[in-house]
Ligand binder design. Structure first.
Ligand SMILES: Cc1cc2nc3c(=O)[nH]c(=O)nc-3n(C[C@H](O)[C@H](O)[C@H](O)COP(=O)(O)OP(=O)(O)OC[C@H]3O[C@@H](n4cnc5c(N)ncnc54)[C@H](O)[C@@H]3O)c2cc1C
Length: 338
């Protein structure tokens, strides 16, 4: 049992061009089975950038490279730059700014928590172009080699250590006029549309983490003996594992429901938030219980379940914390109250 088995990728998402159902279920045998949750989460900013680009009619973009960014995921690395130090849950508070210049725009300010910061080929960046909190945000596609664009020091994280997360600094970065995605002021809508899709992927990643922790804990419980019998045969452990299995299966159903709605062209924002909320809370509780099933062995790095627990935690935080998912869901409920 002393192998470092990776996160299950039965659930995590793949390329952005496939349909949501395939995307959320089809990645398991490629990246993640060999190297854990971080590569799976690698896919997420790609997807966010691509959905942002595709959220708008390409003809109105007037930028071939946006189509390239959207369709060549896998050959280039994208970063999605929305959060700032004082604007995480509330993106309408963002301050980094783009000002009009004769040849396009100039960007100044900083973005926080940027996955792939310093490594990405392109940065889908949300910048203030007007004073209205929500209507004054625009979305830009910025080349990673642009002068004035630089990463801060990598964050020292609890988990996901193979994925770089940094602040990105914009020091008078030139942005060509054709690098605006959509029209000025449409940025927040684009950001939120992309996040709806991204939440499906995060839900799938979370279920993959839960499944891996569960599988490992079951194997351990079938080998480890106390009081002359396998711990699996102690009802306290067997029922705990049964509850973990039931929760994981139920969480899987939530993102599949949302993915099917997306593929059918139906509104899926509420279902995506429900999937993200349920799946990531499930991942947190299942991985914590997996550590419990292993006893002391669960608390050391010889076994992967402590890593599963650390990686589950971030899924409750990024792409909208689970409190924000509750906000989204409750607002939908209020809008559709009968
Ligand atoms: C590893 C990692 C990678 C990330 N990658 C990216 C990335 O690539 N791009 C990007 O743009 N961002 C990224 N983020 C940022 C992430 O999206 C934010 O951390 C997240 O949205 C929360 O924002 P915050 O940290 O500022 O917390 P805050 O907004 O300060 O929230 C603090 C607490 O208050 C709660 N809270 C806030 N508002 C409300 C409310 N209205 N009701 C109830 N509770 C509330 C929150 O749920 C949270 O518990 C990443 C973060 C991490 C940790």
């Amino acid at each position: 049992m002393r192998d470092a088995r990776p996160i299950s990728t039965r659930d995590v998402s793949g390329g952005v061009q496939r349909r949501a159902l395939h995307r959320t279920t089809g990645f398991r045998s490629t990246i993640g089975e060999h190297s854990g949750a971080a590569p799976a989460i690698f896919a997420s900013p790609h997807g966010l950038c691509a959905v942002a680009a595709r959220a708008q009619d390409h003809q109105s973009l007037g930028a071939d490279h946006l189509a390239v960014a959207a369709h060549r995921v896998g050959t280039t690395l994208g970063a999605y730059c929305l959060s700032e130090a004082h604007a995480g849950s509330d993106p309408s508070a963002l301050r980094a700014r783009a000002t009009a210049a004769p040849d396009g725009w100039r960007a100044t300010g900083s973005k926080s928590w940027i996955t792939h910061g310093g490594w990405a080929d392109h940065y889908t960046t949300f910048l203030r172009t007007g004073d209205d909190p929500r209507g004054g945000i625009s979305c830009f596609h910025i080349d990673g080699r642009s002068p004035g664009l630089s990463p801060g020091a990598p964050e020292r994280k609890m988990g996901l250590r193979s994925s770089a997360t940094t602040t990105m600094h914009y020091d008078d970065v030139p942005i060509g006029a054709d690098r605006l995605i959509g029209r000025p002021g449409q940025g927040l809508g684009i950001a939120l549309t992309a996040l709806d899709a991204g939440r499906l992927g995060i839900a799938a990643v979370a279920v993959g983490i839960a499944q891996s922790a569960l599988d490992y804990a079951v194997r351990y419980a079938c080998e480890r003996e106390t009081f002359g019998t396998r711990i699996m045969d102690h009802q306290g452990v067997g029922f705990l594992l049964a509850d973990m299995a039931a929760a994981t299966e139920a969480a899987r159903a939530t993102y599949l429901t949302a993915a099917r709605r997306k593929d059918a062209g139906q509104d899926y924002s509420r279902q995506a938030s429900i999937a993200k909320l349920v799946a990531t809370d499930t991942a947190m509780s299942v991985t914590t219980q997996a550590v419990q099933v292993l006893g002391g062995a669960g608390y050391v790095r010889d076994h992967p379940v402590e890593r599963h627990m650390r990686e589950a935690k971030v899924t409750q935080i990024f792409e909208g914390t689970n409190q924000i998912q509750r906000l989204v869901i409750s607002r939908h409920l209020a809008r559709t109250a009968r």
